[in-house]
Design a protein around this ligand. Structure first.
Ligand SMILES: *Cc1c(COP(=O)(O)O)cnc(C)c1O
Length: 471
């Protein structure tokens, strides 16, 4: 095998793949059965022969790429997964090849230094104090911290652990007492309840904050939930808000919630997995107004920041809280080692950890900060235009004005018709959309995340839905 020749073949296939996708020459989605794919890709044969190189790699790649879901296709409107930037994808390749497990500095100084840089970059965007490059100073003054994790679910779980261990430093060793609760709206991502279950607080101890009919936290009602918890002898680990929510893409009122949490001395965690990207937009960052007053936040770079999966950032205002979450002595280890860098291993659930910062950095550095802002503004703007357009169609209804790039709507017909319409689109292959339930009604849902998607694609989507519904 020749790495160079095979590599050229991979790049040329991916280049063709990208062009076919963006030019709508292939369906956005195509699903054969597992058996058909095993057969087509000759999985068992290659394994037996150990021959995946040259011409065989070439035809394997063709079949593989023909059976992917094409995120670069302008009809890709389904899920909150980033339309990976080619330069970011090269970062994935480099990281995969070098395989630097950078959670300890000596296993990847460049990767660790980039992660450190990206964490500080995001901390400064929020307005929290960055970590000192001179790690000797790490213990000497108050500053923020964070880590890149393999996904937002893990970042949320790490945030909950940090908040819990900050509230009660004995829990890590002794296990959970029974008086811990988390406050979060029903509209919070399921990873919050899941994490509460995993870390032993318990899913039933996630107390639901009251929301308006669109799932936004009602600040005036927070005190009810708070008082009830306190009267029942509970301690509040953290209050979690959405920026933005997954279903409807609406932002909770961060500033007012932050004030409540400050007054009651509650750890305030902002789940910005999707909508944290507004930090990059002068036009839309008002949705995050007050974020400075939060205690922790997550952002998925692999959603709205065009970074190939997976890369999420957990950011905390007080680095010491994160230092103490997993290993009380983590802060001293690097002194003993006398190394020039920083070990992220004391901040994460993972042990071996990929150099996630490289693809994130390479994506951002290729697009540029300004380019990222334009991309985000365009997706948010286009979603507003789509809202106006669909609202004006007499046979469609749109339940909520969008704030981000997520839009729910339905053809005026019963719930099962919505599902049927989505199935029909997927079968046809020009559009791939998702669906969600709001107030016990089924809606179609789009996420305008592809920079190639234009208003004309939305108009075509609506007419495809209409014609599928009326034939
Ligand atoms: C996607 C999402 C998550 C989970 O992130 P993963 O990277 O998919 O694990 C958490 N919270 C919100 C609001 C999300 O949209």
């Amino acid at each position: 095998m020749s790495f160079y020749e095979d590599g050229k073949s991979v790049l040329s296939h991916l280049d063709e793949y990208y062009n076919q996708s963006i030019n709508i020459e292939k369906p956005v989605i195509r699903q054969l059965t597992i058996s058909e794919l095993h057969e087509k890709l000759s999985l068992a044969t290659h394994l037996e022969n150990g021959d995946l190189s040259g011409g065989r790699l070439d035809s394997f790649l063709k079949d593989y790429l023909d059976n992917t879901t094409r995120l670069h296709h302008p009809g890709y409107l389904a899920h909150q997964v980033g339309i990976s930037h080619p330069t970011g994808a090269l970062g994935s390749l480099i990281d995969g090849f070098t395989n630097n497990a950078m959670a300890i500095y000596e296993m990847g100084p460049a990767a660790a230094a980039i992660e450190f840089f990206m964490i500080n970059y995001l901390l400064e965007k929020i307005g929290w104090k960055p970590m000192p490059n001179d790690i000797e100073k790490r213990l000497s003054f108050f500053h923020g911290g964070g880590v890149l994790t393999h996904g937002g679910s893990l970042a949320n779980m790490t945030a909950l652990l940090t908040a819990r261990n900050h509230l009660d430093s004995t829990v890590r060793e002794n296990g959970n007492p029974s008086d811990l609760v988390i406050l979060a709206p029903e509209s919070s991502h399921y990873s919050i309840a899941k994490a509460a279950g995993i870390i032993g607080i318990g899913e039933n101890n996630v107390i639901r904050l009251e929301t308006d009919i669109h799932g936004r936290v009602m600040v005036s009602k927070i005190d009810n939930a708070f008082q009830k918890a306190v009267n029942n002898g509970k301690r509040i680990v953290t209050l979690v808000a959405n920026a933005c929510s997954t279903g409807t893409g609406l932002y909770d009122p961060i500033d007012e919630i932050a004030d409540f949490c400050r007054e009651k001395d509650i750890w305030f965690h902002v789940d910005g997995a999707h909508g944290g990207n507004a930090l990059f937009s002068n036009k839309y960052k008002t949705y995050l107004h007050g974020i400075l007053k939060a205690d922790s936040m997550i952002i998925d770079a692999h959603k709205m920041l065009r970074t190939p999966g997976i890369c999420a950032a957990l950011l905390v205002k007080n680095a010491a809280a994160l230092d103490h979450t997993f290993e009380h002595k983590a802060s001293y280890l690097f002194h003993e080692k006398k190394q020039p860098g920083f070990d992220f291993i004391g901040q994460v659930i993972e042990c071996t950890k990929a150099g996630l910062g490289l693809k994130f950095y390479m994506t951002l550095a290729a697009i540029g900060e300004k380019g990222m802002e334009v991309y985000i503004d365009n997706t948010y703007d286009l979603t507003r235009q789509a809202f106006e357009y669909i609202t004006a169609q007499p046979d469609f209804e749109v339940p909520v004005r969008p704030e981000s790039n997520i839009l729910c709507f339905r053809f005026k017909a019963p719930d099962d018709v919505q599902i049927m319409l989505r199935d029909h689109l997927i079968e046809e292959g020009s559009f791939y959309i998702s669906s969600t339930e709001l107030n016990a009604k089924r809606y179609l849902r789009i996420v305008i995340i592809n920079p190639a998607t234009k208003m004309n694609d939305i108009k075509k989507l609506i007419s495809s839905i209409r014609s599928a519904a009326t034939t």
